[in-house]
Design a protein around this ligand. Structure first.
Ligand SMILES: [Ca+2]
Ligand SMILES: [Ca+2]
Length: 248
């Protein structure tokens, strides 16, 4: 009994924490079978971690990280190392699952360009150009019906986000089928005239917690700031699992 307990503790000590990071910022953690936010009082750590680099549709590779630190000027918990090294989504848990195919959509997909066009019209932006930056068709929750995740934007280069012309927008959209009818769920919309224009993206789709339902990571970066969230579509319900932001 004692031996078994010691062994359990030993294994616990050796297994690293399952942090999710986006653009170097810790977004949340999978702990005791649930998603938890990063506690403000979490201390920095020099414990090495092996992190999966998540591309939108696959776990590309794993990489060693020398722990994380707590930002001072900009509060948040950040992966140690060069920021450029941690651009994108990284995951410290077990290798993610990909239980169903994730099919990238062609950027000239006519029906989806029409959907974007309709949404822009409904927002009185009928002059803005419908443009797909990225899109994925995937059965997120495994109910046998496919959903579509779309990122539409006029912004072709995030580095030039403040120099672009009028009529710019960014849209993150989840399109689901309900009783045979398509429904658009707007995840985020940013446009000209707002105080902050955000650079949006769909960073990763993966089953991180191993329950057979996909999670997806969305990010929204603004001038001198960043934010990201982990979401899930399951049984007709959209849930935000964890999120975090850091910036000036
Ligand atoms: Ca589905
Ligand atoms: Ca999952």
């Amino acid at each position: 009994m004692i031996a078994a307990t010691s062994l359990g503790l030993l294994m616990l000590a050796q297994s690293q924490r399952a942090f999710l990071a986006n653009d170097g910022l810790l977004i949340g953690e999978w702990r005791s079978a649930q998603w938890v936010r990063i506690a403000e009082d979490l201390k920095g750590s020099e414990e090495p971690m092996t992190l999966w680099k998540l591309e939108p549709t696959q776990a590309a590779s794993s990489r060693e990280c020398k722990g994380f630190f707590v930002g001072e000027g900009v509060f948040g918990h950040f992966l140690r190392g060069e920021p450029a090294e941690w651009k994108g989504t990284f995951w410290g848990g077990p290798k993610p699952g990909y239980p169903r195919p994730i099919q990238p959509l062609p950027r000239d997909s006519k029906p989806h360009l029409q959907v974007i066009s309709q949404i822009l019209r409904s927002k009185k932006m009928s002059k803005a150009t419908p443009r797909i930056e990225a899109g994925y068709r995937v059965d997120l929750d495994g109910d046998g019906v496919q959903e579509v995740l779309l990122h539409a934007t006029t912004m072709t280069d995030p580095a030039k986000m403040f120099m672009e012309k009028k009529g710019r927008y960014g849209l993150l959209l989840l399109r689901v089928l309900e009783e045979g009818k398509a429904r658009n769920i707007e995840l985020e919309f940013t446009h000209d005239g707002q105080e902050l224009f955000n650079a949006l993206s769909i960073d990763a789709i993966a089953d991180l917690d191993g329950d057979g339902v996909y999670e997806f990571v969305l990010s929204s970066d603004y001038y001198q700031g960043q934010s990201a969230r982990l979401m899930q579509w399951n049984k007709g319900r959209l849930r935000m699992l964890v999120d975090n932001a850091a910036g000036a």
